[in-house]
Design a protein around this ligand. Sequence first.
Ligand SMILES: NC(=O)c1ccc[n+]([C@@H]2O[C@H](COP(=O)([O-])OP(=O)(O)OC[C@H]3O[C@@H](n4cnc5c(N)ncnc54)[C@H](OP(=O)(O)O)[C@@H]3O)[C@@H](O)[C@H]2O)c1
Length: 301
Amino acid sequence: MTKQLTRREFAMLPAAAAAAAFIPPAFAQGAAPLITRAIPGSGEPLPAVGLGTAEIFDSADESTKQKAAAVVQALVGNGGTLIDTASTYGDAETVLGDVISAAGLRDKIFIATKLESPDAAELKRSLARLKTAKLDLLQLHNVSNAAQSLAAFKAWKAQGVCRYIGITSTFHRDFPAVEAVLRREKPDFVQIDYSLDNREAEKRILPLAGEMKAGVLTALPFGRGRLFRAVRGKELPDWASGFAGSWAQFFLKYLLGDPRVTAVIPGTSDPAHMVDNLGAMRGALPDDDQRRRMVQFVETL
Ligand SMILES: NC(=O)c1ccc[n+]([C@@H]2O[C@H](COP(=O)([O-])OP(=O)(O)OC[C@H]3O[C@@H](n4cnc5c(N)ncnc54)[C@H](OP(=O)(O)O)[C@@H]3O)[C@@H](O)[C@H]2O)c1
C-alpha cells in the first residue's frame, strides 16, 4: 500500500504533465527519506501526511474532479497514500472513486472512510461510490455515546471488507464517549481534532490511544485554516528554520513531533498546498523543547 510510483508509472498517468510540475527534486531523485509511522496494530508503515476531503470535493462536477485529480496526483507523486473521506462529505466519495479508478491508483492509496452508523446499506453505497471492494480503514463517524458498539465493523473486518476499523470525533463534549469506546472496543485507529492551537486531545485521548495501541489520525490540523489566518503577514521564526520551510510544515510538524500521532490529514483543494503539506513528511521534526516553544509562540498570536 505504501509503494511509491516509479517515474515510468507516473509518466503514464493521465494528468502526468501537470502533476510532474509538483514533484520536488528530492522526490525525483528518491533522495530524502519519508517520515512513516507504524500502524500500532499491525506494524504496517503509513506515510505520515495524508489528505482530508471534508467540504472540498462536495460536488461531483467536472471542475471539482479536475481539482481532485491534481491533488491526488500531487499526493501520490510525493510519497503520500492516505486519503480520509466520509459517506456524509457530499459527493466526495464519488469524486475520489472516479479519480482513483480513472488513474488506476487504487493499490497506491490507503482509503479511509466513515459511516454514520453500522448500516450495511450505507457501507454498500460507500464501496460503490469509492469503486472498491475493500477499504483500508472504516471508521464510525462522530462517536457520541459510550455504549456504541463496533461489533458490525469487526465482523466486516473479519470478512475482509476493510483492513482496519476506527472511530472519530471532533466534539470535545463527546470525548468521554470516545474514551469509553476506545477502551472497550479497541479499534485500530482513533481520529481526533488536534492542532497547535487546539491541544485538548493531548490530555486524555493521545495517552489512551497509546495505551490501547490505536493509531491516531489528526483531523482539523490547521483548525479549518484558523492557524493560517493567525499568522497572516508574519515570517516563520528563525528558530524553526531547521525543521519547517513553511507555516503549513510548522503546524503539521508540531503534531508529528508527538510519536503517538500516526498521520495528519490536512484538507486541501490546491495541489501546490498538497505538496507543501507533504513537505512535513521530510527532514527533522521539532524536539520537546522546540514543541514547547511552538506552543508559547502560538499563544502570543
Ligand atoms: N469528525 C470527523 O471525523 C472529522 C471532522 C472534521 C474533519 N475531519 C477530517 O479532517 C480533515 C482536515 O480538516 P479540514 O479539511 O476541515 O481542515 P484543516 O485541514 O484544518 O484546514 C483546511 C484549510 O487549510 C487550507 N490549507 C491546506 N493546506 C494549506 C497550505 N499548505 N497553505 C495554506 N492553506 C492551506 C485549506 O485551503 P486550500 O483548499 O486553499 O488549501 C483549507 O482552507 C477533513 O478534511 C476531514 O477529512 C474529520
